[in-house]
Design a protein around this ligand. Structure first.
Ligand code: ATP
Ligand code: MG
Length: 451
């Protein structure tokens, strides 16, 4: 993409309504624009990152054997009346009536709808196990929408639902989700720690929330600092293996890590004092096993091998896709702007032309642009007639992890400069070597073209 042809409405001033750094930078970098309280338009740069995150979530869900689909945002209230949640959900639910006076709602979550689909089409244990998911906009009329996309009213969420014959099978689905979530967050360059949580209005005995540690997080968390040493890394996992998935769950959840709702002071005090941490975190996902709560309410039964009918065991599992943009920025920025992890960066690298209009500089930038594009990358080429300082400030603000700087002085010696946004370190290389270096850097990150 050539910046002169892109739509990147960068703001010079700090917007006064933004209280936290991610909100401030998302507005300043022209990623989002508020349309109403807690409701945003996703401008091209924000949309691109949103889609990169969504793609990682899809790829990891499908790798775990979960099946994508799409349910609508608007739902009829009937199923919610059947499950009893139409009254329970309270004012967070946006209730609408259509021209015939029928009660509708903008879905805050989808347990009822998916259970209805299940009961209409599945009746036998032979069709299990089954995990269906979708990534769709949700609406919750939050009492205090704030912090930009972190606590929106309209937000983008992956929600998945497992259907199993027995509790053991459903717990394997729970573990499988835990593993796939660990992989997903790591691919986004994030550490999200599974912490024991509270069932809340969805209910459930088994539940973990995934938290990104950040001072601006809304949850208070208590943990053994040893949990922050755990990484999933590039290990291979067989998602059908009960032992392997259970092993990962045990490894990642055996150390003390809880949110304030489930915090137990006596247990916490058993952690060696030097490793006890009280901090704040951003919830970026949650997994639940809730048994037969919805299948009983909605009559979703399956026939077992013995011929007997019993309610199907279920769980639901969510990832806050739009909230993740804020969480990643909270975890990865400096005083100049965002620092995107390679896995989610909107463009793979920036190209800054120090002397636009100089024939040699223009030609070198053009050929770098072509070479990177030819090997499947998306560079953002700042081809505007602007001062170098202004171009650097824009690149730093929008946070591309790598920048290639091209100027007449370097070109005399046959070199361009490759700079890491994270470390600030630069090296001089030939243009061909710079392209090669970008290829190597991204070899470990499965990031395709964005939108
Ligand atoms: P919270 O406690 O932050 O209100 P929740 O526990 O009600 O969230 P879940 O029902 O677990 O949310 O939804 C799954 C995920 O969706 C959450 O882990 C979070 O990342 C995201 N999410 C929930 N509410 C919002 C919101 N208002 N804005 C943006 N993302 C949200
Ligand atoms: Mg939650």
């Amino acid at each position: 993409m050539r910046l002169s042809r892109y739509f990147l409405p960068v703001l010079k001033e700090n917007p006064s309504e933004a209280q936290i750094v991610s909100h401030r930078y998302m507005l300043r970098a022209g990623m989002i624009k508020q349309s109403a309280a807690g409701i945003y338009s996703w401008l091209p740069l924000g949309f691109k990152v949103l889609k990169k995150i969504e793609t990682i979530v899809h790829e990891e869900q499908m790798r775990a054997g979960h099946i994508p689909m799409l349910m609508p945002t608007l739902q009829s209230a009937d199923l919610w009346k059947e499950s009893g949640r139409y009254d329970d959900y309270g004012q967070e639910m946006l209730r609408i009536s259509d021209r015939h006076g029928r009660d509708m709602l903008y879905g805050p979550t989808n347990e009822e709808l998916i259970t209805d689909i299940f009961r209409s089409h599945v009746g036998s244990y032979k069709d299990l196990p089954l995990t269906l998911y979708h990534i769709q906009w949700k609406f919750r009329d939050e009492i205090r929408p704030r912090f930009g996309v972190m606590r929106g009213r309209e937000f983008y969420m992956k929600d998945g639902y497992n259907f199993d014959l027995t509790k053991e099978d459903a717990l394997h689905a729970y573990n499988r989700h835990l593993v796939s979530y660990l992989r997903s967050y790591e691919r986004m360059g994030l550490q999200a720690i599974p912490m024991r949580a509270d069932g809340g209005p969805i209910g459930g005995d088994y539940t973990h929330e995934f938290l990104v540690l950040a001072d601006t997080g809304e949850s208070e968390v208590f943990y053994d600092s040893a949990v922050t040493d755990l990484t999933f890394g590039d290990r291979e996992i067989d998602y059908d293996s009960v032992e392997q998935c259970q092993g990962v769950l045990e490894e990642f959840t055996s150390k003390y890590a809880r949110t304030d709702e489930t915090h137990d002071e006596a247990l916490f005090n058993e952690v060696p004092e030097a490793r006890r941490r009280v901090a704040r975190g951003i919830e970026v996902g949650q997994i639940f096993y809730f048994g037969t709560k919805y299948s009983e309410a909605l009559g979703a039964n399956v026939q077992g091998p013995d011929g007997k009918q019993s309610p199907v065991h279920m769980g639901s599992h969510g990832i806050g896709v739009s909230r993740l943009l804020g969480a990643i920025i909270e975890a990865s920025h400096d005083d100049k702007g965002i620092i995107w992890p390679e896995g989610v960066t909107p463009f793979h690298c920036g190209i800054v032309n120090l002397k636009q209009g100089d024939d040699e500089a223009d030609a070198a930038c053009e050929s770098l642009y072509q070479a990177l594009t030819a090997v499947g990358f998306e560079p953002l080429y700042d081809d505007r007639k602007e001062r170098a300082g202004g171009k650097f400030a824009t690149m730093d603000l929008i946070g591309l992890p790598w920048r290639i700087t091209v100027g007449p002085r370097g070109l005399k010696n046959g070199v361009v400069e490759l700079t890491s946004r994270r470390s600030g370190e630069s090296e001089e290389l030939s243009p061909e070597a710079a392209v090669q270096k970008i290829v190597e850097i991204y070899a470990n990150h499965q990031t395709g073209r964005g939108f």
